[in-house]
Design a binder for this molecule. Structure first.
Ligand code: ASP
Length: 445
């Protein structure tokens, strides 16, 4: 039988009512046998996540300050869930151990991991599933790097003979025996690893949105949900700031050819977004817009260099890039003309070395003119179908021209997976709205 691995985020398990929804989702499909929970998240917008409460306890413990009140607040949250679910369960011993450990060795990763650990215990009992401690199966080396092969082996070994399990997200153990967490949001990574280890047919990542949106909902009113997106497209969009999933969650499933389905615990009837590889059968899709998503990011600067006969000067580009390299700068884009070259890079990274970089470029390449333009935004229009559709770039520019938005930079990668344009930061929201209209709204008519 093939299984589905289901990961539930913090908001999906924030209180007893959410636990009930989660249980109903799991019980409605017999394939949903391996469950990865996060720690209880926010119940309302200014609530505090259990993970953050635990970090605070650890900080207090580290400074030798009494943290019993803070720990009690965490205990109250779990006890609230347990009693509202009508369960007969006590976490007293667990909390006594945590208190003792934090007093003896206030380690940040250990403290934070307890959120998932305890939630896993409660959820396993509630579902009547086996509990598998992530510390026994997720293996890191002593530098904190995940050892995927060892982990997969350990998971397979540990679940042999089990037909279900709850495995807490976010943490594992180093080969030296210390608890280690992934970076924030890391339960996504655990889910992906477990999916790989059990050779799941799908990795369902349950959260509080019905999938990835074509554009940022703070900019576009009620944007469409992306029905299907490839891993490569997702990377392009995620790099531009569109995030729902932890970046490191891609590799373990991608390498095993397992699709990810982003789903909404509060709207389980929604199909969500499928994240798939390039060989997926796309004919299953009902929609099929030319573009998959639009994302933009502010905070860029462009170093513009002009020099007559630049293109005849051997090694010009190399000298420019060497200056950037020597100053620890990486760049995003480098559009160039015959006698001009522009280098787009993050303003925050440029700022500390701005004057030094200009001085060194003056010395190295003796430009006729050099200037830095700040306040740029970069916008990526991403879509696997662009490659086989004519006129996409023309439509992007028509949308900009109609809105009287000046395009300062253009870049299209050879994969033709995206078109990048640079605009002034003030124009970014309108640029995104116009492109959305051009490709999504007008294609619906
Ligand atoms: N609980 C952890 C966090 O808040 C990990 C997770 O939720 O994925 O970052």
């Amino acid at each position: 039988m093939s299984y589905k691995v289901v990961k539930f985020g913090g908001s999906s398990l924030a209180d007893a009512n959410q636990f009930k929804k989660v249980a109903a989702i799991i019980k409605s499909d017999d394939k949903r046998r391996f469950v990865v929970p996060s720690a209880p998240g926010k119940r309302f917008s200014d609530d505090i996540k259990v993970t953050d409460m635990l970090y605070k306890c650890c900080e207090l413990a580290g400074s030798g300050v009494d943290f019993s009140e803070d720990l009690q607040m965490i205990k109250d949250r779990y006890n609230g869930i347990i009693s509202e679910l009508g369960m007969d369960m006590s976490l007293d011993d667990e909390f006594a151990t945590i208190e003792h450990e934090l007093k003896a060795r206030p380690a940040k990763d250990y403290a934070a991991s307890r959120g998932e650990y305890l939630n896993g215990k409660v959820l396993a009992k509630y579902l009547g599933f086996n509990f598998v401690d992530a510390a026994d199966v997720i293996v890191f080396n002593n530098k904190g790097v995940l050892l995927l092969d060892d982990t997969v082996k350990a998971v397979r070994e540990r679940i042999k003979g089990l037909d279900n399990a709850v495995i807490p997200g976010f943490y594992g153990k180093t080969t030296e025996g210390f608890i280690k967490t992934f970076s924030r949001g890391g339960s996504d990574v655990t889910g992906s690893i477990i999916a790989n280890a059990v050779r799941a047919e799908i990795y369902e990542n349950w959260t509080d949105v019905s999938g990835f949106l074509v554009a940022d909902p703070r900019i576009v009113d009620h944007p469409d949900v992306i029905e299907t997106i490839t891993y490569r497209e997702l990377r392009e969009l995620a790099y531009m700031g569109a995030s729902v999933l932890h970046e490191d969650a891609i590799f373990p499933v991608r390498s095993a050819g397992i699709p990810i389905n982003i789903r909404n615990t509060n709207a389980p009837e929604d199909a969500g977004t499928m994240i798939v590889s390039n060989d997926y059968d796309f004919s299953r899709e009902s929609l099929g817009h030319t573009i998959t998503g639009i994302a933009g990011k502010k905070g860029f600067s462009s170093i513009n260099i002009e020099k007559a006969m630049m293109n005849n000067e051997h090694g010009f580009g190399m000298k420019v890039l060497k200056v950037l390299y020597d100053n620890g700068l990486s760049f995003e884009h480098m559009p160039s003309g015959i006698d001009t070259m522009s280098i787009t890079l993050e303003t925050a990274k440029l700022d500390p070395v701005r004057d030094k970089v200009i001085a060194e470029l003056r010395r190295e390449v003796e430009p006729d003119h050099i200037e830095i333009e700040d306040g740029l935004a970069i916008l990526a229009v991403v879509g696997r179908r662009m490659k086989n559709t004519r006129g996409t770039v023309a439509r992007v520019f028509a949308a900009m021209a109609h809105a009287r938005i000046n395009v300062k930079l253009i870049d299209q990668g050879s994969s033709e997976l995206n078109v990048i344009i640079g605009v002034s930061e003030n124009d970014l929201p309108e640029a995104i709205r116009r492109i959305y209209d051009m490709f999504i709204n007008s294609e619906k008519q």
